[in-house]
Design a binder for this molecule. Structure first.
Ligand code: PEP
Length: 257
């Protein structure tokens, strides 16, 4: 059975003090259920870079893993504003989000750049969480699958079949991110099914069938269960609702008794 994954993307929110408090509140709910969670799922938080140190300290001894929101593909050098694999490793980061739609839309990250980042993340032995998703306009024009397939192929261009065993895909329709407008479980399932097929073509069924495909876009405690009921939806990448401990804990425990 595929493992589920629930990832909190804090984006550009929370100072180190606030991040520490949120992790403490989350741990108060999730730590007592750590053994139950560990059976079928992983939970991660991805703070902004300056909050990684405080988050790492607050997570000491917890089964919640630490993620980063981006990473540069070069080892070091004149890349102002960027961070390297070695810097992230120093904080105990194990997952890195790449190709988030806010990076693509607001910071003009191209498919090619996202592919280079994903390849470097995998080469550094972190787990890349590769985000793909169409805009409202692209969906209205019937181009959803064309767009997500292009992003998927480019994002995975530098990833070998061996490395693909430690890759996560997140389908995040741009029109659903931070808007309160969630994709219906059926809309999401259609795209997840197509992504799974493309992954089988690329890496073979054994690898593709073990790889988690998350849904992201206004996931809440109220809608998570119906999304997770679809067979190819293996967890959630959560923005807004991850900033409150009780909401994110409810999402991360979806389906558990
Ligand atoms: C995200 O940041 O990846 C996201 C899905 O945000 P939200 O849950 O706020 O829509």
């Amino acid at each position: 059975m595929r493992r589920k994954l629930f990832a909190a993307n804090w984006k550009m929110n929370l100072t180190p003090v606030e991040g520490r408090a949120l992790i403490a509140a989350l741990r108060a709910i999730l730590d007592p259920r750590a053994a139950q969670l560990a059976r079928d799922r992983d939970v991660i938080v991805a703070p902004a870079f300056p909050v990684l140190a405080a988050a790492a300290q607050a997570l000491a001894g917890a089964s919640i893993a630490l993620g980063a929101q981006n990473m540069h593909f070069e080892e070091k050098g004149a890349f102002t504003g960027e961070v390297s694999a070695a810097m992230l490793r120093a904080f105990g980061v194990t997952y890195v989000i790449v190709g988030h739609s806010e990076r693509r839309q607001l910071f003009l990250e191209s498919d090619e750049l996202v592919g280079k980042r994903a390849a470097a993340v995998a080469a550094a032995r972190f787990v890349p969480i590769l985000c793909v998703g169409e805009t409202a306009d692209e969906r209205d024009r019937g181009r959803t699958l064309e767009v997500v397939m292009r992003q998927l192929q480019a994002g995975l261009a530098g990833i070998s079949t061996e490395q693909a065993r430690r890759v996560v895909i997140a389908y995040e329709p741009v029109w659903a991110i931070g808007t309160g407008r969630t994709a219906t479980p059926e809309q999401a399932a259609t795209v997840h099914g197509a992504l799974r097929e493309a992954l089988r073509d690329r890496f073979g069924a054994t690898t593709a069938d073990a790889l988690p495909i998350l849904y992201g876009g206004s996931v809440t405690p109220e809608n998570v269960d119906s999304l997770l009921a679809k067979p190819d939806i293996d967890g959630a990448l959560v923005g807004g609702a991850s900033l409150k401990a009780d909401s994110f804990a409810r999402i991360a425990t979806s389906g558990l008794a």
